[in-house]
Design a binder for this molecule. Structure first.
Ligand SMILES: Cc1cc2nc3c(=O)[nH]c(=O)nc-3n(C[C@H](O)[C@H](O)[C@H](O)COP(=O)(O)OP(=O)(O)OC[C@H]3O[C@@H](n4cnc5c(N)ncnc54)[C@H](O)[C@@H]3O)c2cc1C
Ligand code: SF4
Length: 832
């Protein structure tokens, strides 16, 4: 048997991981031993969906294409969280930042992608380290998390850059409740993809959504000493803001290749074989590669590149060649449909320009026709014709004489037929590079539901713009064999049971650990995406009797603090009802000074957040504070916000403070399928906003309290529904507890209270929780009391860590900082 060749891939992003997949699909697992380095500490995720994570339409754990288990299953050795710092091409060795981790190679692939471009401006960084507090870029999952955390509570935010990525960041911030300003250097938005009229149309649509757009503005400085207070522009004007997201383009990560002596221009120069021009055993794919003078900043070209390279490496098509990509995009910008392909302006007077505009509805369509063929198109606000135009563009077909046929679906039937009539090679899902033929094959090959088909092919799992086309093709191909996908009812994707059946099975078979659940109920197949949800459910069922496997928890839950962008942690001690004392405040101030806390901030829930604490310091900080955990990092009872109520307010009719403290003391730290925020308010003026909390209590005339449930004031705004009106604090606590237990038992993992309340309807909830229609109230009450009794403050682990390395940094700070400072400083592509 011949020795396997060792293939090392630097960069575990969309191109690197796809290449390994492409090689495996071509049978290359028999030929290669795979080793990957990725400086993000995760498996490979769909970077395109970061926009969805930021705007709240996707959960971080749902965007993984290759979770860590995938690497294990496919015998791919992954150095996660390891950055390669040098390549020794003579001895064929790569060396990671710790200087210890090294790997030899036979073939080396560089897939290091890009970093955010930082335009020159003052005040970007603090004198000590890293960005000034409140400055962010938008490139990774960690960036997303850091932006989301910082934006909490409704900030005034500026986005520098009015390109695609900047507008996506703006949408995310808007959904997070921020007041959003987009600052753009150019005279119109998205000038790389759009012409001036389309840019102006898009601007109107953005403004209608609430984004304030500032054009022709060059930012010269970020103002503020320790944290962002505003922006200074070249024209002398300023803008007050509390945070800024820089999204002014990207630069390929090429330093590693340059240091290794490879030819680098804007990107790492490769030939038609995707091979570096200086070394036949080194290859570059994705955003870091430059082919024929082009560096691409979109995913579609990298699917073509990895396919060619996989064909060559496996010998399936040793002569395969990459001839460059025709770039087209179909996506949603802040919810506005957009499709762009080819050129945006006529080249000369022989080119024909066909334009249709409907400014009031935000619709703009433009075609550039050259020699009877489509040379370019912009479709904004209405992309119904995009699939047909993309076909015409890709295949260079002659267009019909009547150009209107290209701009409008003439009848519904014509539009409806179009996707199903496309040829098999037509690319449907640009994000994942899936052609129609693959969808039809999956539909005919046994996928009986749209979800099963999307999971099997990945079609439609990117930006989602092609979902309706995928469905149409699926329905046409699968016909009446389609069935409803049962998995939509599962509590977590990896265990095929709806929540009530899952709970019953766990109880009946006395399953007390996540691995036991997988073993017994999922034929031993562990699903990383399901672990945190199962851990939460097991705690709900067994209270302190469940087996706590820490690998089933997210990092925040392992160290009981909130991880930040720079890998420090935020610590929020519990302050019952938001009422503190001078002594407590002094202690907090002393801790802040002792541990050089970079920022002390009030949270939206009236608590104090100490930001910038290193992982090693966490136990000492908790000990010195002498206060319990505020659980600001996890899916649990967060805070009970209070107004001043009867004690001081002349309008107060109920003691909101005493009630808030009692609620918080009783239910602190109880785990839920998602975070739960509460408030009590002393009269219907509602100063603590109880009617937009998950659970609230509102004092009304006559000494009564209204218990309300299912409110929201985040990416979704919803007024809470009245569950019951009661007379005493004890009754408020009682009904709140009953609802909490019901939510713990009936919500899907990560379903917020407001979604569950809407799903079930308040009438039904009243019948079950007040009228006891199902006879379960006594049990619910007993279960929540048992959960309360089992509660242990997690910060007690300061005295007795769960395991010796619990508070040891796996990724040293120096390495984390180096990762951040690696952001390169060269001219733009994606996000321009
Ligand atoms: C928010 C956002 C939205 C986007 N939306 C779209 C869209 O709608 N449509 C579209 O077509 N494209 C979109 N893109 C662009 C698309 O995501 C990229 O084109 C694609 O991710 C490029 O893949 P890549 O593998 O080349 O780089 P990446 O996916 O960036 O992967 C590179 C990986 O290499 C790692 N790495 C870098 N240096 C080292 C080193 N020295 N050692 C170890 N690891 C290293 C990086 O940390 C990273 O994980 C979007 C990008 C972002 C950020
Ligand atoms: S909600 Fe009513 S009682 Fe509470 S502070 Fe406002 S006005 Fe006063």
């Amino acid at each position: 048997m011949t020795r396997k060749q060792k293939l090392v891939v630097i960069g575990n992003g969309m191109a690197g991981a796809r290449l390994v997949e492409d090689i495996i699909t071509r049978g290359g697992a028999d030929q290669f031993e795979f080793v990957m380095f990725g400086d993000e500490p995760y498996g490979n995720y769909n970077r395109i969906l970061l926009s969805g994570v930021l705007s709240g339409t996707h959960q971080a754990q749902d965007i993984f294409i290759n979770p860590l288990a995938w690497y294990e299953t496919n015998n791919v050795k992954l150095h996660a969280g390891a950055r390669v710092t040098s390549i020794d091409r003579v001895n064929k060795i790569v060396i990671a930042a710790d200087g210890v981790t090294t790997e030899t190679y036979d073939k080396l692939v560089i897939a290091t992608g890009s970093s955010a471009f930082l335009p020159p401006m003052e005040g970007l960084r603090t004198t000590t380290d890293g960005f000034k507090a409140g400055v962010f870029v938008f490139r990774t999952l960690d960036d997303c998390e850091a932006i989301t955390q910082y934006a909490e509570g409704g900030k005034r935010a500026a986005v520098i850059g009015g390109g695609l990525l900047g507008l996506e960041a703006a949408r995310g911030l808007l959904n997070l409740g921020a007041e959003v300003h987009v600052i753009h250097l150019m005279p119109h938005l998205m000038e790389v993809q759009l012409d001036a009229i389309a840019g102006a149309t898009l601007r109107r649509s953005m403004e209608a959504l609430g984004v304030q757009v500032h054009l022709n503005k060059a930012t010269t400085a970020i103002l503020g000493d320790e944290h962002v207070t505003g922006l200074q522009f070249k024209d002398g004007t300023t803008l007050d803001c509390e945070m800024v997201v820089i999204s002014a383009g990207i630069r390929p990560n090429v330093q590693l290749a340059r240091d290794a002596g490879l030819t680098v221009e804007r990107g790492i120069v490769v030939n038609d074989g995707i091979t570096c021009v200086d070394d036949p055993d080194v290859f570059a794919v994705g955003e870091c590669a430059q082919h024929n003078g082009m560096v691409y900043g979109l995913v579609a070209p990298l699917w073509e590149q990895t396919a060619v390279l996989a064909d060559r490496l496996t010998g399936r098509k040793p002569q395969a060649e990459y001839k460059g990509s025709k770039v087209s995009t179909k996506l949603k910008v802040m919810g506005v449909d957009l499709a762009v392909m080819g050129e945006k302006q006529p080249r000369d007077e022989h080119d024909e320009e066909v334009v249709y505009t409907e400014p009031l509805r935000g619709i703009y369509k433009k075609l550039i026709v050259r020699n009877g063929k489509l040379a370019g198109a912009i479709l904004l606000g209405d992309t119904a014709m995009a699939p047909a135009l993309l076909q015409a563009f890709d295949r260079g077909v002659l267009l019909p004489e009547n150009r209107a046929e290209l701009l409008f679906p003439l009848t519904d039937q014509v539009a409806a037929k179009s996707a199903a009539e496309l040829p098999d090679e037509a690319q449907i899902c640009n994000c994942n590079g899936i052609a129609k033929g693959a969808i039809v094959k999956a539909a005919k090959g046994g996928c009986r539901s749209l979800k099963a088909l999307c999971d099997a092919t990945r079609a439609g799992t990117g930006c989602g713009a092609c979902k309706s086309q995928v469905q149409e093709i699926f329905e046409a191909a699968a016909g009446d064999t389609i069935v409803e996908d049962p998995s939509i009812h599962y509590y977590v994707p990896g265990v095929p049971l709806p929540k009530p059946e899952l709970i019953a099975a766990i109880k009946e078979q006395e399953l007390k650990s996540v691995s036991a659940v997988f073993r017994v109920l999922a034929v031993g197949k562990e699903d990383p995406a399901s672990k945190a949800g199962l851990a939460s459910l097991l705690k709900t069922i067994w209270h302190d009797g469940y087996e706590d496997e820490r690998d089933a928890r997210f990092i925040n839950d392992r160290v009981h603090a909130n991880i930040q962008k720079d890998r420090t942690f935020s610590v929020v001690p519990r302050i019952y009802g938001g009422v503190t004392t001078a002594a407590e405040l002094k202690r907090i101030a002393e801790v802040a000074e002792r541990y050089n806390v970079r920022m002390v901030k009030f949270t939206g829930g009236q608590r104090l957040d100490l930001l910038g604490i290193s992982k090693e310091d966490l136990p000492n900080v908790w000990r010195d504070l002498g206060m319990p955990s505020g659980h600001a990092y996890t899916k649990a009872f967060r805070t009970c916000k209070t107004c001043v109520g009867t004690e001081f307010c002349r309008f107060g009719v109920g003691d909101a403070v005493a009630l808030g403290i009692a609620i918080e003391k009783k239910y602190q730290g109880i785990e839920f399928p998602h975070k739960v925020k509460l408030a009590t308010t002393g009269c219907p003026r509602n100063c603590s906003e109880a009617t937009t909390k998950d659970i609230g209590a509102v004092a009304i005339e006559g000494g009564k309290w209204e218990v309300v449930i299912g409110g929201a004031a985040g990416s979704k705004v919803r007024k809470a529904d009245l569950l019951i009106t009661v007379d005493t604090h004890e009754e408020v606590l009682h009904y709140m507890g009953r609802f909490m237990q019901y939510y713990r038992e009936h919500a899907k993992y990560l379903e917020r209270t407001y979604d569950m309340v809407e799903r079930m309807g308040i009438e039904k909830l009243r019948r079950v929780l007040v009228d006891d229609e199902e006879g379960i109230c006594a049990r619910l009450d007993a279960e929540i009391e048992a959960a309360v009794a089992a509660y242990v403050d997690p910060w007690q682990e300061a005295a007795q860590p769960h395991h010796p390395s619990q508070f040891v940094n796996i990724l040293p700070k120096a390495e984390a900082d180096a990762m951040l400072s690696q952001i390169s400083k060269q001219p733009a592509n994606y996000g321009d």
